[in-house]
Design a binder for this molecule. Structure first.
Ligand code: PGA
Ligand code: MG
Length: 225
């Protein structure tokens, strides 16, 4: 058994529990349109999600995962403001949980696992999504990308979660779709599970060597119980 003695599951949100890319892409393209810039296909924008709102918008302005060194700070600040307002207005329109996620979370909770969310998404957008998708009330702790001084891949939010939940890292598993989740787990000396269907910059999550790779969220139950 790969995972022994675990009782806390730390979940990433975007690309792991919910497919939020359609609403994120809409807000990115509304932002670009307002600035008189060309839009991008949702498939491309998916590959830019994972490091929070500011980085997403900087990638959109750069037209690449690699943020342009010559990116204008004022333009970037202005774009971020437009993006946040636009996303706030449509945060849970097309966003959906991945297949089987809600039932699997409920089963895990019934089995006695304590559940938490550690996302790089700004904190204020998390609750409207969880409420909108009937996933509120399942999580003991929710940490957003702007809740603490640092976000994933820094281990700070994972360490903070352990402290808040009064557990050691050995009792937890970090579960996510992105290298940021796996790197943060390794830095926090925590085991991790990588999911293949999310937004890992088009890269195979297995490259980052989580303890287990799953392609279906519902397989979590048999993997850890
Ligand atoms: O908002 C993002 O950039 C990604 O959020 P996540 O950490 O839930 O994948
Ligand atoms: Mg993610």
């Amino acid at each position: 058994m790969k995972f022994e003695n675990k009782n806390v599951l730390l979940f990433d949100l975007d690309g792991t529990l919910v497919d939020s890319a359609p609403d994120l892409a809409l807000a990115v393209n509304q932002t670009l349109a307002e600035l008189g810039l060309a839009s991008f296909d949702q498939k491309i924008i998916r590959g830019w999600v994972g490091n929070g709102a500011q980085v997403l918008i900087q990638r959109a302005l750069s037209g690449s995962t690699e943020i342009s060194k010559s990116l204008d700070v004022e333009l970037s600040d202005k774009a971020l403001k437009i993006f946040l307002a636009s996303y706030e207005a449509n945060v849970c329109c097309e966003t959906k949980p991945y297949s089987g996620v809600v039932d699997t979370l409920k089963s895990l909770k019934e089995k006695g696992f304590r559940l938490a969310i550690i996302t790089n998404k700004p904190e204020r957008f998390i609750s409207p999504i969880l409420i909108g998708l009937g996933m509120d009330g399942l999580f003991e702790l929710i940490i957003g990308g702007d809740t603490l001084a640092k976000r994933k891949p820094d281990p700070l939010p994972l360490n903070y979660a352990c402290e808040k939940l009064s557990v050691t890292a050995e009792r937890c598993i970090m579960i996510g779709d992105s290298k940021n989740d796996i790197l943060a787990a390794k830095a926090a000396k925590m085991q991790s599970i990588g999911l293949t269907y999310g937004y890992n910059y088009g890269e195979d999550i297995a490259v980052h060597q989580p303890e287990l790779v799953l392609s279906d969220f519902t397989d979590l139950l048999s993997a850890i119980t």
